[in-house]
Ligand binder design. Structure first.
Ligand SMILES: [Zn+2]
Length: 246
């Protein structure tokens, strides 16, 4: 039993780590809670992961800081990572934010702006509560959490025409900017689906970068509109987490 688990861990380690050893990790989370959705990380595990990063002196960068490094001649610090959360689940407020405050870790939440205050469904078909605007405002004004658009309705881009996609991008950006009195510069493609035309729309709308769902780390010379990420979900063991961040 133990051997089987060990071999399975080794195999996933190779899959996650080998092609992506070097660079800064953009960690992609969704929900931090005790639910059974595939992408969810249990609060205890999340606390353990964050404590590890703090203890080992990893440097939490804002997404904007990482993009500054990509766009400048300065090299990306060695132990840098970026925290991102997709969709905007209410459990981020209750289970993740207190830990960000404790360690002073900045994070970006990519918000499905039109679903705030309601529920968001997922592949496991277990709808989860979304952040409401009061919680979003409180986190934003703390200065630690940056809210960026992840469309209005969280529909798959491959099912929409280009005009609808453009509206999803423009309206979600505007909703966040008006509500939080800020400018949005970053986008996360729903389920990672994008093409060159969508990148064109983002550039036209003043975005600086966008995060995909391709696995990998960030290095100098990477295309800021094709940012890779490391997905942290219910399947990642602590051994895998430690190996991945190194
Ligand atoms: Zn999403």
């Amino acid at each position: 039993m133990f051997l089987k688990r060990y071999l399975k861990d080794c195999l996933s380690l190779f899959k996650i780590i080998l092609p992506h050893r070097k660079g800064a990790a953009i960690l992609m989370y969704h929900s931090v809670a005790d639910n059974d959705v595939f992408f969810t990380v249990k609060p205890k595990i999340f606390a353990q992961q964050m404590a590890y990063l703090k203890k080992r002196n990893y440097q939490a960068l804002k997404l904007s800081e990482l993009i500054d490094f990509l766009e400048s001649k300065t090299r990306i610090p060695k132990k840098a990572f970026v925290l991102t959360f997709d969709d905007g689940y209410e459990d981020n407020y209750f289970n993740a934010w207190p830990i960000f405050k404790k360690y002073n870790f900045p994070a970006t939440i990519f918000l499905a702006a039109g679903l705030a205050g309601g529920k968001i469904n997922n592949v496991s078909n277990i709808p989860l509560k979304a952040l409401n605007w009061q919680e979003i405002e409180e986190m934003h004004w703390s200065g630690l959490i940056d809210f960026e658009p992840h469309t209005v309705s969280h529909q798959r881009f491959e099912r929409l025409n280009l005009n609808q996609i453009e509206q999803e991008i423009i309206i979600s950006k505007k909703m966040i900017e008006e509500r939080l009195n800020k400018k949005c510069h970053f986008f996360a493609y729903p389920r990672g689906w994008y093409n060159e035309k969508i990148i064109g729309i983002l550039k036209k709308q003043g975005f600086r970068a966008a995060r995909t769902t391709e696995t990998g780390k960030i290095n100098k010379g990477d295309n800021p509109f094709k940012l890779k990420r490391i997905s942290v979900n219910s399947t990642m063991s602590f051994i895998q987490f430690r190996a991945m961040i190194q």
